[in-house]
Design a protein around this ligand. Structure first.
Ligand SMILES: NC(=O)c1ccc[n+]([C@@H]2O[C@H](COP(=O)([O-])OP(=O)(O)OC[C@H]3O[C@@H](n4cnc5c(N)ncnc54)[C@H](OP(=O)(O)O)[C@@H]3O)[C@@H](O)[C@H]2O)c1
Length: 287
């Protein structure tokens, strides 16, 4: 935990992927700082179990659930509407839910799974929750991503990997998408009181890629003994969500609580604008 992190009492935070790994550690830390935490879960029973666990661990009972399958745009919209019916103001949104799949999977919306969950869900959930973030006066959108962005490209001629797909290619595309989304969102949020930053947690021992095959799965297994705990990995997410000194900091990239530089491609404004437009079309949202 950052020593500069102050109490989050009176703040409402939504964390996606709160049932496991980095998201769960982030939600627990924010609850420990006194925030009201809305736990993102795809399975309500799993969400309820984690809610009880976090409440017992932190002594904070001010917890709620955001239930949605983030691979479905309809489910994201419904889950967001449900949250907005109870919370008019949201101070922090942490987009952290994500996955790695070894075989190409297609969502109910006909999209490639990693594109849909790792990138498009960030885009549409943020869009749906923006009124509550703006209503808070001062709010933060924290986007969890990964270093694979540096190897990524946005394959506009084959975004869903129908012609050519490999797990790493799709993962890297989705992570680059997080950066392009964050930087474009930051430009669009200037002057609104809402800021956004992106981070890479380093290698963290979570459920990610467990049982994955191929070179990525092998690399994960070999690296596992040297990886950080979820609590350590989540420190930068918590820092971006709560550190007072980051008030007003917008469009940054952080690794281990320090500003970092992402790839040249991730900072390409034209690429970001193009991805934004396509993402809006795919999510059925205004550009
Ligand atoms: N761990 C690392 O070393 C590392 C490094 C860089 C980046 N990342 C990124 O972090 C993300 C994964 O986080 P993690 O490492 O903490 O893994 P994890 O332990 O597997 O947690 C993933 C979380 O995302 C949720 N999730 C997955 N698909 C979902 C869906 N369709 N709808 C709703 N929730 C869904 C999971 O819910 P369930 O509990 O229901 O499965 C779980 O809460 C990935 O995007 C990954 O690329 C991780």
């Amino acid at each position: 935990m950052s020593s500069s992190a102050k109490s989050m009492e009176g703040k409402v935070c939504l964390v996606t992927g709160a049932t496991s790994g980095l998201g769960k550690a982030t939600a627990t830390a924010l609850a420990g700082l006194g925030a009201t935490v809305i736990l993102g879960c795809r399975d309500r029973a799993k969400g309820e179990a984690v809610k009880s666990e976090i409440s017992a661990k932190t002594g904070n009972a001010s917890l709620d659930l955001f239930q949605a399958d983030l691979s479905s745009q309809k489910s994201i919209r419904q889950g967001a509407e449900d949250v907005l019916s109870r919370h008019a103001r949201l101070h922090v949104l942490v987009n952290q839910a994500g996955l790695y799949v070894s075989q190409r999977q297609v969502t109910v919306d006909g999209l490639e799974m990693m594109f849909a969950v790792n990138h498009l869900a960030y885009f549409s959930l943020t869009h749906h929750l923006l009124p509550a973030l703006k209503a808070a006066g001062s709010a933060r959108v924290v986007n969890g991503s990964g270093g694979a962005e540096a190897a990524g490209n946005i394959h506009f001629d084959d975004l869903q990997g129908e012609k050519k797909w490999s797990a790493f290619r799709a993962l890297a595309q989705s992570k680059l998408g997080n950066f392009l989304f964050t930087y474009e969102l930051a430009r669009r949020l200037e002057g609104t009181g809402v800021t956004t930053n992106v981070m890479h947690p380093g290698g963290v021992k979570t459920e990610l890629g467990k049982g994955a095959g191929g070179p990525f799965g092998l690399a994960l297994r070999l690296m596992r003994p040297f990886m950080d705990t979820p609590e350590k990995g989540a420190e930068t997410l918590v820092y971006l969500a709560s550190a007072p000194e980051l008030a007003g900091v917008n469009g940054g990239y952080y690794v281990k609580n320090k500003p970092a530089k992402s790839s040249a491609r991730s900072r390409d404004k034209e690429l970001a604008a193009r991805l934004w437009k396509v993402s809006a079309e795919l999510a059925g949202l205004p550009a």
